[in-house]
Design a protein around this ligand. Structure first.
Ligand SMILES: Cc1cc2nc3c(=O)[nH]c(=O)nc-3n(C[C@H](O)[C@H](O)[C@H](O)COP(=O)(O)OP(=O)(O)OC[C@H]3O[C@@H](n4cnc5c(N)ncnc54)[C@H](O)[C@@H]3O)c2cc1C
Length: 420
């Protein structure tokens, strides 16, 4: 092992969060390196399906020093491969010092040297690096999350996590249960509804109309300040961190997805998937309240926009075009199957999200579930920071749109700490 390696700051992870910090440190002329386990923007390449389009319109895709979408239609949506290429170009254009295909296996403190110590692994070669300051930018979507009762499912049911779903041709058998009605589950259900018999196990997820009063809803969420809601404001409401609402970037200006619109496309809606045995899959009674929750969420968003338009005397169109996917379900006549025979299902796609993986961090900055303890990305240890986590500082922290502000804040902490 080589222990002569040193740089002032080490950033771990080369997604948008790590690259943004690297750009700002480069501007400050601070020596640093970015270590990336695979390649720049890898989670965009590996964790999305073929037809995926970003859920955020082009005008939201900027990083420090560069508007990534400056030549594109601001209200359109690029795909994940294009976005990963934009990240690679960004790194190359600004000569960011990135070492790809090198995983950080552990992060600890070397009390003899008074420095942080990182063990790296690259092409079966181990090395030790030391640094004064560390920024962890490894994202929060590191491992697919699947409920434990999945191991009770009969073996004739093929199971895959959404991260491994690429396109309908992967599923030669035609009866699919998608578990989870977040952005991913709804978008995959919509795609498969054209070729497959689709069941969708729903959860409590909000819905956003794609467009409202002449603009993309993200535009209104930005103008009204909703995107700037801080983590402390959210904590004060004692509400859990909301998941991203149902919506899609597919189509020239994206489109609204609702449980009702999926039902119109033939998708069979179910409550939450709660258990299974060799004969039956069991669902709870939450379907109607899940539909109602999404409806109310959408109505609330629209009301906030209407109020904002009125209070600020903004000239905004009244939508003549009625977005049928965003009409509340007043009938509530949805079928209420509470169980489905296992023989009815060939494939289950778990659209149940991801778990973070920070077990390689051997520092007292994680709670008992290995979740980072921090305020605004700053930990209790001097010179160790997080970035790229949902609600790191604000609602927008977990998406591309929020990274510039968070990166500026973290780099400011690094600069101040170097001067003290
Ligand atoms: C399905 C899905 C769709 C999304 N769509 C959008 C969208 O449309 N718009 C939007 O703004 N946001 C979207 N997001 C949210 C968010 O922007 C992405 O998750 C984004 O990839 C997060 O960027 P990041 O840089 O924080 O982390 P990541 O992109 O996950 O980057 C982390 C990097 O760290 C590397 N790494 C991990 N562990 C190590 C280690 N130990 N050593 C070295 N390297 C390591 C990984 O290989 C990875 O390249 C979406 C998220 C998901 C899951």
């Amino acid at each position: 092992m080589n222990n002569k390696n040193y740089t002032d700051v080490i950033i771990i992870g080369a997604g948008q969060a790590g690259l943004a910090v690297s750009y700002l440190l480069t501007q400050e002329k601070i020596d640093h390196l970015v270590f990336e386990k695979t390649v720049i923007g890898s989670s965009w390449k590996s964790q999305r399906w073929d037809s995926f389009k970003l859920n955020t319109p082009n005008w939201m895709n900027f990083l420090p020093g560069q508007n990534l979408a400056r030549h594109a239609d601001r209200e359109a949506f690029i795909n994940h491969i294009e976005f990963a290429s934009q990240l690679k170009n960004y790194a190359e254009t600004h000569h960011l010092p990135i070492i790809e295909n090198t995983e950080i296996r552990s992060l600890s403190y070397d009390s003899q040297l008074n420095l942080y110590r990182l063990e790296t692994l690259s092409d079966s070669q181990e090395a030790i690096w030391h640094t004064k300051q560390v920024v962890v930018a490894t994202g929060s979507q590191n491992q697919p999350q699947i409920p434990t009762f999945a191991n009770k499912l009969p073996t004739h049911i093929q199971q895959l996590h959404a991260v491994d779903y690429k396109n309908p041709s992967q599923l030669p058998k035609k009866r699919v249960l998608i578990v989870g009605s977040g952005q991913t589950g709804c978008q995959i259900a919509e795609e498969l509804s054209a070729t497959h018999k689709v069941y969708l196990a729903t959860g409590k997820v909000g819905r956003s109309p794609r467009r409202y009063r002449g603009l993309d809803m993200m535009d209104w969420m930005n103008q009204t300040g909703m995107m700037d809601q801080t983590t402390s404001e959210l904590k004060a409401t004692k509400s859990p961190e909301p998941t991203q609402p149902q919506v899609s970037g597919v189509g020239p200006n994206g489109h609204t997805i609702s449980l009702q619109s999926l039902r119109q496309k033939g998708v069979i809606l179910l409550g939450r998937f709660i258990d299974t045995d060799p004969e039956q899959l069991y669902f709870d009674h939450s379907l109607q309240s899940n539909i109602r929750y999404a409806d109310q969420f959408s109505e609330l968003l629209k009301k906030k926009v209407d109020n904002y338009i009125q209070e600020n005397s903004i000239t905004a169109t009244v939508d003549h075009y009625i977005d049928s996917a965003d009409i509340a379900d007043t009938t509530m006549t949805t079928s209420l199957a509470e169980q489905v025979a296992t023989t009815e299902i060939d494939t289950i796609i778990w659209s149940t999200g991801f778990r973070s993986d920070f077990k390689w961090i051997q520092l007292p900055i994680l709670d008992r579930n290995a979740i980072p303890i921090h305020t605004d990305g700053v930990t209790s240890l001097s010179n160790v920071y997080f970035i790229g986590l949902p609600w790191l500082r604000k609602k927008k922290s977990g998406i591309i749109f929020g990274i510039l502000e968070d990166a500026e804040f973290i780099v400011q902490q690094i600069v101040v700490s170097r001067c003290s």
